[in-house]
Design a protein around this ligand. Structure first.
Ligand code: NOJ
Length: 724
């Protein structure tokens, strides 16, 4: 471990081009001797494959033996002996793949998410990775955007909880240390507001008011940083007219000055180079100048810093002080990770073989998948009774096993069971039939085999969804129904009249109108990871109970998006009365989603008693208790997520119709009742008022408690003016 003084001395010993090199991230093909094809933006580096470039960090390499070899070769050659940093995208697992982050959000279980992140870090760190480009906590309101799959949903506060939990999981916290070789440094992304891409089209412009940015989009990144997140990645998009990667107001004023962040800022892939097509820089040289002045410490995969940073300093266009500050932050991170003592962080093939894909990790992946799935409808078909009946699995996911989801690192489809295989493990192969009928995409529909297996079965599982490549980066879709001929397949199967459960494998909320009515049950399995099919089978046969709740509502139609539960009331809200014509709404559809934020069923039912407040007035220094009795009125044990929302009825600026402020899980046996109590305090009522100050305003509020964002009881209370 170096002291701060030693780090300064090391910095002082570097030449300008060595300093600039620390601020360059490239793939391993630039470490010399590995060959590799130079494509895309890399061509602009004017380098040949195998040319050695002065770089400080490497993107995307994995594997302990491989990374040891790269690091050793680099250190052999290096004059200053500063180890490389190896960074990768370990978004939902390294080799053992967890459900995609949107699914993990639906677990409403930050402890489980933290545990999953810890597992992913242990595997990836054993495989030589040191920095993880996660958590991604971009707020999302538009399911056309494929990257909704990578985030935890539409709620600013909840995204913050998960971003903090993932950060702690990766970094060994709370209270952990990056010197622990089972950790990864976390990098929160994409700063900022990447999820607000207009039209849901990836990389597209965003246009947000300062208030919306601060109120809704920024809080989750801030929570990750408060949890100790080591790095921040900039986003591709424009924020208030300036691309985030050249945006000094965002990266210096807000991030560093207001929030006090002193860690490393990295651009997204070629985002500095993209300042040119964005139209704020004429040349890569100018782009490099804008980015370094804005506060980007590391240039990921563009030629800008590699080719121009040193020359900009020599020309006096960039103060060397800024370069020194950036390099010092990078050296501090390398030091915090223990790289100056052990540049391999104990990654070795033997430890890697022991840790990676450990059976305990697979058990955790199965639990996480079961807890992430959301039961959207159940007319009593699920769970399947143990009556020996035959189950026909029909649809593309009767044969496909691409259920890991995008960004699945070293995960392999072959590690996952298909749904029929998983059901056969539970029920016996003789009780499970399978026929695809159609592909995920394409025009072919072949019903002969489908009709055969359905007629031989007692019940049907329609296993349908998207291909993993349809969500994730660049995975935008203008229409969000089931792709290909799958809707036609569903209709044909419903017409056969057998009780039918639809199981969905997908990375975004879909327009499910064409399947929701015909299905007797609807299980949203998302892309559930390595053990996802087994987890779905656990739920279908009733060995586990569904308990996931949506963290992103499902619109009725793409025409409703952007859609989010915490919208404003408007001056003309519809009330359901005769006067609704000139009120805000659609002529052809309701305004609310098909399945709202917070919604999800279990295998039992719960009833809520009357909501009570312990006092009508909240003193700003005090606390108000809101309670409700909850009873399991069904015949099976189950878990209910009791949700607290608050509405500020009148403020200096308009306030959302409801905002999630708390939740509690209760596990109840049949007939059991419990009292659930939430404490409401003044900080929960703060927002960015007319002057953008973050404070509460005295006045009337509603406390709303219930089972999802639309099924709520409410009680009014007052926040008093004075502290008593
Ligand atoms: C581009 C993606 O936007 C970002 O999320 C990812 O971390 C980087 N590429 C590195 O792979």
């Amino acid at each position: 471990m170096k002291t701060e003084r030693e780090l300064h001395a090391l910095l002082a010993s570097l030449t300008l081009s060595e300093k600039a090199g620390q601020m360059v991230q490239q793939g391993e093909e630039h470490l010399g001797g590995t060959g590799g094809e130079i494509t895309g933006p890399l061509r602009h580096l004017r380098l040949e494959p195998g040319t050695t470039l002065e770089i400080g960090s490497v993107l995307g390499s994995t594997g302990a033996a491989h990374i040891r070899e790269l690091q050793a070769r680099h250190l052999d050659r290096s004059r200053h002996g500063i180890p490389l940093l190896f960074m990768a995208d370990v978004i939902h697992g390294y080799r053992t793949i967890l459900p995609v982050p949107l699914a993990q959000g639906c677990s409403f279980d930050p402890d489980l998410v933290r545990e999953g992140a810890r597992m992913a870090a242990a595997e990836a760190a054993a495989g030589g990775v040191q920095v993880n480009f996660s958590p991604m906590c971009d707020l999302v309101r538009d399911p056309r955007w494929g990257r909704v799959m990578e985030t935890t949903g539409e709620d600013p506060w909840l995204n913050g909880l998960f971003a903090a939990a993932m950060t702690e999981g990766y970094q060994g916290g709370p209270g952990g240390s990056l010197r622990d070789p089972e950790t990864l440094a976390a990098c929160v992304k994409h700063f900022a507001a990447y999820g607000a891409a207009e039209g849901g089209r990836d990389y597209n412009t965003t246009d947000l008011s300062e208030r919306t940015l601060r109120e809704s989009y920024l809080p989750a990144y801030r929570r990750a940083l408060d949890a100790g997140c080591a790095m921040v990645m900039t986003s591709f998009n424009v924020v208030d007219g300036l691309p985030a990667t050249g945006n000094a107001r965002l990266l210096r004023t807000i991030l560093r000055e207001e929030w006090g962040f002193d860690g490393v800022v990295i651009s997204d892939w070629n985002a500095i180079g993209e300042l040119v097509p964005h139209g704020v820089a004429e040349t890569f040289r100018e782009a490099a100048r804008l980015a370094v002045l804005a506060g980007v410490d590391i240039d990921m995969m563009s030629p800008c810093y590699a080719n121009h940073l040193a020359e900009l300093v020599i020309a006096g266009e960039v103060p060397e002080r800024l370069v020194d500050e950036a390099v010092l932050r990078i050296l501090r991170l390398k030091n915090a990770l223990g790289l100056f003592d052990d540049p391999f962080r104990q990654a070795d093939p033997e430890r890697e073989a022991r840790v990676v894909f450990h059976p305990g990790h697979r058990a955790l992946a199965r639990k996480a998948a079961a807890r992430s799935m959301v039961l959207l409808k159940n007319d009593g078909l699920l769970p399947f009774p143990p009556d020996g009946g035959i189950v026909a699995v029909v649809g593309p996911y009767a044969v496909e096993r691409h259920i890991l989801g995008g960004w699945s690192c070293l995960g392999e489809d072959a590690d996952a069971a298909s749904l029929p295989e998983a059901l056969a493990e539970r029920l016996g192969a003789h009780r499970v039939l399978a026929a695809a009928g159609c592909g995920i995409e394409g025009d072919d529909l072949d019903l002969a085999a489908v009709e055969r297996v359905v007629s031989a079965a007692d019940r049907v599982v329609l296993a349908v969804g998207e291909h993993p490549g349809m969500s994730g980066e660049a995975g935008s879709r203008a229409a969000i129904g089931l792709p290909g001929r799958q809707e036609a397949l569903c209709r044909a199967v419903f017409a056969l009249g057998k009780p039918c459960a639809v199981v969905l494998f997908n990375g975004r909320p879909l327009d499910l109108r064409s399947v929701a009515d015909g299905a007797a049950a609807l299980l949203e399995a998302w892309f559930p990871g390595t053990e996802g099919a087994r987890a779905a089978a656990d739920l279908l046969v009733g060995d586990a109970s569904p308990r996931g709740r949506l963290t992103m509502g499902f619109p009725r139609s793409v025409g409703q998006v952007p859609i989010h539960y915490n919208h404003f009331n408007t001056g003309r809200p519809r009330t359901g009365g005769a006067d609704d014509y000139f009120c805000s709404g659609y002529q052809d559809l309701p305004s609310d989603p098909l399945f709202p934020f917070g919604f999800g069923l279990s295998y039992t039912q719960f009833s809520y008693g009357d909501l009570r407040l312990d006092r009508p007035v909240l003193d700003p220094a005090g606390c108000l208790a809101v309670s409700v009795p909850v009873t399991n009125i069904g015949s099976r044990p189950g878990s209910e997520l009791v949700q607290l929302y608050i509405r500020d009825l009148c403020g200096s600026v308009v306030r959302p119709v409801r905002e999630l402020k708390g939740f509690q899980w209760v596990d109840l046996a049949p007939g059991e009742t419990t009292e659930v109590t939430f404490a409401i305090t003044e900080p929960m009522l703060r927002f960015h008022g007319a002057d953008l100050r973050y404070a509460s305003e005295p006045g009337r509020f509603l406390a709303l408690v219930g089972s999802d964002s639309l099924h709520l009881q409410e009680k009014e209370f007052v926040l008093s003016q004075d502290r008593r």
